[in-house]
Design a protein around this ligand. Structure first.
Ligand code: ATP
Ligand code: MG
Length: 604
């Protein structure tokens, strides 16, 4: 491609609004353009990158026997009502764009395709002989993200590869799941990315396994906890660990103490000169179930620990049926305004005890009359602990379960694991922390969707049984930007060769010099016919501008048809290392071919 003929506009200045390097660079280098909030145009250079990523994904997927298809993006609401997801996906914090057509039919724009694919499976898979089966597609997905940001990292329209597999049993599902671990690892390695596969939250579905593939980068929105022996890595949402040891209590007798201005654990411990491991902290949450019922939740947890809200959401979802509901719509920490909607009187915030009375909750139809009291395992063995006195400016010390307080019957694990905690598999290992960009998520679904949508098959024994399913997502557009986030310098992008839009850019320093132009044209033809994807910068620009642009757009190799032509040579510069070499004209094609092949083997 000739740059003179391309829609090629680079920006010298940092674009406003962009916060992270990859977003800035893709905008500046003319790869993407913002059209609206979370909505981007993929310009020609970007489209080539996205197609390269897609091609790697295709090759790896096809090698496992998975088949590509393309499913509709417009999805009838009935399918989502059948699976029970319409309300959660379209109301409150739901992310599905919903619309009504001229016949008053409700539709959603596909954020994911479990419902559609399970409907197909229900209609088309009749017998165990058709199984296992794995279909995938590469397609634009729509999600009404509350906070779209960082360009393609969190868009409202983005490209995803999503695959769905169907099986007769869990073992067959596990086999495909393992194949997908391999596919994702191969794909990321070939794309030249440093990554880590981590245990992931499987949500309320539970399921037997779920992993995320994290591209390691400071700008990542996810926190990963891992051990140095390489045996454990998990998303903090899912991570487990042993909490730090409890320090024995300084209080031997039960007493109520005046503790003015000690709403926080830190202030309280300073005031009482005690360790936060001796404190029972009582955290108040408010949850709304999908039938409109609001439930107030009180979690008792050790003072030095935090609640992991993802774990708490899973716990509350498990309890939904107790409240006549299927799932939860929202979980919040009620602020003063929210409290006024349900509290009969001012709550002793910062001084709440595990036995705070239910009479704080107004009697109303959509309000559950009792606190849901959950006790985290970190506090059940505490002796002589400190906790609130249900009265502002007062705490109690030297308290014990079974004496002053009744231990709530529901013991849960909702603690957030944190860096420095001891690992469960080996307490000598401590958890380390790093940040990651989630580019893929693989999931053993089991029978959640097949049961809900009655997708069954006839087994070898002649019985009608629900299909066992897996699903596997990979963010194609997010992956492409993540590659930039991992590989750039002060001058611009440094694409891994396998996903660079072009392998080589030929910069003609002076287009009025016919020798320079001739040599460049000849190389351009030769390189392209040797399948080395080449850009020709034949614009009428100063050499300095051309070199700056070449660095900015990050093409792996730059050829300069400059002074060395006098000796029958051109200058070839590697973008990554900036190493420059003079290479005889006749050897340029073979040398570059060798380098580019070697780069891609390395990436493999
Ligand atoms: P996240 O936690 O980042 O919101 P998710 O867990 O909702 O993502 P999945 O439903 O697992 O995402 O989707 C599969 C993959 O699609 C993700 O691993 C990610 O790479 C990509 N993806 C999800 N949401 C977006 C988005 N808004 N913009 C770009 N890519 C996305
Ligand atoms: Mg995910």
């Amino acid at each position: 491609m000739r740059l003179s003929q391309m829609l090629f506009v680079t920006l010298r200045e940092d674009p406003g609004l962009a916060e992270i390097p990859s977003h800035k660079l893709l905008l500046r280098a003319g790869y993407i353009r913002r059209i609206g909030s979370g909505i981007y145009a993929y310009l020609p250079l970007m489209w080539r990158v996205l197609q390269k990523v897609s091609q790697i994904v295709r090759e790896e997927m096809n090698a496992t026997g998975a088949q590509e298809c393309l499913l509709p993006q417009l999805q009838p609401a009935e399918l989502w009502r059948e699976s029970g997801r319409w309300d959660t996906y379209t109301k409150a914090e739901g992310i599905m764009f919903a619309l009504i057509d001229r016949q008053e039919r409700e539709l959603g724009l596909g954020p994911t395709h479990e419902e559609v694919i399970t409907t197909l499976a229900r209609d088309m898979i009749r017998s165990y002989r058709q199984l296992p089966l794995h279909l995938y597609q590469i397609q634009t997905k729509f999600r009404d993200e509350i906070r779209p940001r960082f360009g393609l990292m969190r868009g409202r329209e983005f490209i995803m590869k999503d695959g769905y597999s169907f099986h007769t049993n869990e073992d067959s599902l596990k086999q495909t799941y393992q194949d997908m671990q391999q596919v994702y690892s191969n794909t990321l390695r070939r794309a030249g990315l440093a990554f880590r596969a981590v245990d992931a939250d499987a949500g309320a579905i539970g399921g037997s396994g779920s992993q995320e593939f994290m591209v390691l980068a400071e700008a990542g929105e996810d926190q990963v906890l891992y051990t140095e022996d390489g045996k454990y890595a998990a998303n903090v949402e899912k991570a487990v660990s042993l909490p730090t040891k409890v320090q024995s209590s300084a209080f031997t007798t039960y007493e109520k103490r005046e503790t003015p201005q000690t709403q926080t654990i830190e202030k309280l411990c300073q005031f009482l000169k005690c360790s936060p491991t001796q404190v029972v902290k009582n955290v108040l949450y408010q949850t709304v179930y999908d039938n409109g019922m609001t439930v107030l939740v009180l979690v008792n947890i050790r003072g030095d620990q935090e609640v992991n809200e993802v774990k708490l959401i899973n716990e509350l979802t498990k309890q939904a049926s107790q409240y006549g509901a299927k799932t939860i719509l929202a979980l919040t920490v009620p602020d003063t305004e929210a409290q006024q909607k349900w509290a009969t009187k001012q709550l002793p915030l910062g001084y709440i005890a595990p036995d705070i009375e239910d009479s704080y909750i107004r009697s109303e139809k959509q309000l559950h009359p009792k606190f849901l009291r959950l006790v985290d395992i970190t506090v059940i063995d505490l002796k002589n602990f400190v906790t609130g006195a249900n009265e502002s400016d007062y705490h109690v010390v030297g308290a014990n379960w079974g004496e002053q307080f009744q231990l709530p019957s529901q013991v849960v694990d909702v603690r957030k694991a944190k860096p420095g905690d001891r690992a469960i598999h080996d307490p000598n290992q401590t958890l380390q922390s790093t940040r990651g960009i989630e580019v893929g998520h693989i999931f053993q679904l089991g029978t959640k969707y097949s049961k809900a949508l009655s997708a069954t098959y006839t087994s070898e024994q002649g019985e009608e049984v629900p299909l066992v399913m897996g699903c596997y997502g990979l963010g194609v557009s997010r992956l492409a930007q993540a590659a930039v986030e991992q590989s750039y310098d002060q001058d611009g992008i440094i694409w891994p060769v396998a996903i660079a839009p072009y392998h080589v850019i030929i910069s003609i320093p002076n287009i009025t010099d016919t020798k320079q132009v001739q040599a460049a044209e000849q190389l351009y033809t030769q390189l392209n016919s040797a399948s080395i994807e080449t850009l020709l910068d034949d614009r009428n620009e100063r050499a300095g501008v051309k070199f700056k642009d070449a660095d900015l757009i990050g093409i792996p190799y730059r050829i300069v048809t400059g002074r060395s032509l006098a000796n029958g040579k051109v200058e070839v510069v590697e973008r990554k290392t900036r190493k420059s070499q003079e290479i005889p004209l006749l050897e340029v094609v073979s040398t570059l071919k060798q380098w580019i092949d070697a780069d891609q083997v390395e990436e493999k």
